[in-house]
Design a protein around this ligand. Structure first.
Ligand code: HEC
Length: 113
């Protein structure tokens, strides 16, 4: 009988310690590190080639007046200076997407009321 009692004690103690842990819920913060969705082909390309090294904050904090040539230069810099494996033929579509979504070519923001 003695070994059985010891077993019960261990089981009960374990249950008492572990049960409250089951009540812990972890709520993750909303996923905000995403590029703005777009039907432009450059959107899918940017999600393929621009998420690997840094957050999308780098894109978001660029001046809204940045034109397509400046965005293009930025993508080329990722490729040439930082060694991002970005194929040449996706540079223009990505630059177009960035200029039209974050830069000088985007539709005017709705007026504040
Ligand atoms: C190989 C890694 C790598 C990839 C992939 C990459 N970047 Fe970068 N990016 C960097 C580094 C390194 C910096 C500089 C970080 C710093 O200065 O702290 C940077 C900085 C930036 C900046 C800030 C301005 C600047 O020139 O420093 C922008 C905008 C940017 N990246 C956009 C992009 C876009 C758009 C893509 C996809 C086409 C991309 N990055 C993909 C490495 C990468």
């Amino acid at each position: 009988m003695k070994p059985l009692r010891l077993f019960s004690l261990v089981t009960l103690t374990a249950a008492a310690v572990l049960a409250p842990l089951g009540a812990i819920e972890i709520t993750l913060p909303a996923e905000t590190d995403r590029l703005i969705e777009s039907p432009l082909p450059g959107y899918a390309l940017a999600t393929t080639y621009c998420y690997t090294c840094h957050s999308t904050d780098y894109v978001r904090v660029q001046p809204p007046g940045m034109n397509r040539a400046a965005w293009r230069a930025s993508v080329v810099k990722m490729q040439k200076t930082f060694g991002a494996p970005i194929p040449d033929d996706v540079i223009d579509p990505i630059a177009e997407y960035l200029a039209r979504t974050y830069g000088a070519e985007r539709a005017a923001a709705p007026a504040k009321k």
